[in-house]
Design a protein around this ligand. Structure first.
Ligand SMILES: Cc1cc2nc3c(=O)[nH]c(=O)nc-3n(C[C@H](O)[C@H](O)[C@H](O)COP(=O)(O)OP(=O)(O)OC[C@H]3O[C@@H](n4cnc5c(N)ncnc54)[C@H](O)[C@@H]3O)c2cc1C
Length: 358
């Protein structure tokens, strides 16, 4: 350690939703936290459906009041077999009330969620935000030193990699990852519509993947539509009015005439899984540790469960980067992450079977 290095308990690399949530959770437990990265998300029509457990974690972290009027409850989940198969199943509906819940979860624009989390982190006295990229990560037995062009080196007892799919932390920890792509692109948009969504999310399962409408406050819904790449390019090139008509046709006019609200997005689909969730005083959370297509609202919810697990493990450990703590975190995440990644991959490949994809 040089005289200039600053020491903290935990450094989090990556200020996406998962990284900021981790900063808030660990700071609430009395740890000194440095959060690296610039918290911002583009408005590209992307929303996240946060399931009940995630919402409760966000409530505990104090961000729900800032989200309440921007999020819509998901009281009904409807699945529609839209594959055109001769033996197609009738639509299936699940009601939150059957589980004694008001809602399965809440849907919110990614950009609004990020803004609320960032405001809470900025206001937290135990979190220091360094709005820069980390370029160097070197671990020794007692700490990890993080360096970058725009800040003084920082030593942390634990480094949390929340730095997304191309994680540098994962690489520095020597954790092997397997990644793959699917012959699909997801188109995202926010749509206004004439009919009420009645708090129901509808997933149309087509042969190129799901086309899902998820409620937002008012007569608005978000769209995640997975298409074969060339078709996605054609649909993305439509102007807003033609795009809205195309979505209305694809969703069988379930919500009536539609209009596009704001910018649209396009995300190539892929997956990633890791062999371990931590090593050498580093732990991986969110998309640094797992990526899969947006089917059944799993990705960020799984990332927030990473946060809850890490927090739980660290509560009983003095040194947050100790081998015991990192191994306990790894053990705690193996089953949940493997189960979700495997299930979403299998469902997606089943839908793609017969289209020449997969
Ligand atoms: C179309 C679509 C719809 C989705 N819908 C849902 C849904 O309904 N429900 C759900 O649960 N999930 C959903 N997901 C998944 C969810 O969006 C992701 O799981 C989540 O956003 C991942 O967050 P993250 O913080 O792990 O990663 P990211 O958002 O990728 O954040 C990583 C951050 O790290 C920063 N970073 C990278 N390297 C460095 C570095 N060296 N130094 C500093 N910072 C760095 C990046 O700039 C970025 O800000 C959806 C995904 C897609 C594509």
């Amino acid at each position: 350690m040089t005289a200039h290095d600053q020491q903290v308990d935990i450094a989090i690399v990556g200020a996406g939703a998962v990284g900021i949530a981790a900063a808030l959770a660990l700071a609430a437990d009395g740890r000194s936290v440095v959060l690296f990265g610039r918290p911002a998300a583009p408005r590209d029509g992307r929303t996240v459906a946060l399931l009940d457990g995630s919402w409760r974690l966000l409530a505990e972290l104090g961000v729900v009041p800032a989200l309440a009027d921007k999020a819509a409850p998901l009281a009904v989940m409807r699945l529609v077999d839209d594959t055109g198969s001769l033996f197609r199943q009738p639509p299936v509906e699940f009601y939150a009330s059957e589980l004694g819940l008001d809602a399965f979860g809440w849907n919110i624009e990614n950009a609004d969620l990020l803004a609320a989390l960032a405001a809470a982190a900025e206001a937290h006295p135990a979190i220091r935000i360094v709005p820069h990229m980390v370029s160097g990560i070197a671990a020794d037995a007692a700490a990890v030193v993080l360096t970058g062009a725009d800040f003084e080196p920082i030593r942390a007892r634990l480094v949390v990699g929340a730095d997304g799919r191309k994680s540098r932390v994962r690489e520095a920890a020597g954790i092997a990852a397997q990644d793959w792509s699917y012959p699909q692109v997801a188109l995202t948009a926010i749509l206004g519509h004439r009919r009420d969504h009645r708090e129901a999310s509808t997933e149309f399962h087509t042969r190129s993947g799901p086309c899902t409408l998820v409620p937002l406050p008012g007569r608005r819904s978000s769209l995640v539509w997975m298409l074969e790449p060339r078709e996605a390019e054609r649909v993305a090139a439509l102007d807003d009015a033609a795009f809205a008509r195309r979505v209305e046709a694809q969703t069988h006019s379930l919500l009536g005439a539609m209009t596009v609200e704001g910018p649209r997005g396009r995300v190539p689909m892929g997956g990633l899984s890791v062999t371990r969730f931590g090593a050498s005083r580093m732990a991986l959370i969110g998309e640094a540790a797992h990526v899969f297509p947006p089917i059944g609202a799993q990705g960020l919810n799984l990332g927030l469960r990473d946060v809850a697990s890490l927090r739980q493990v660290l509560r009983s450990t003095e040194d947050p980067g100790s081998e015991t703590a990192v191994s306990a975190y790894d053990g705690a995440r193996q089953a949940d992450v493997r189960l979700r990644t495997g299930a979403v991959d299998a469902l997606n490949r089943t839908l793609l079977t017969g289209t020449g994809g997969g």
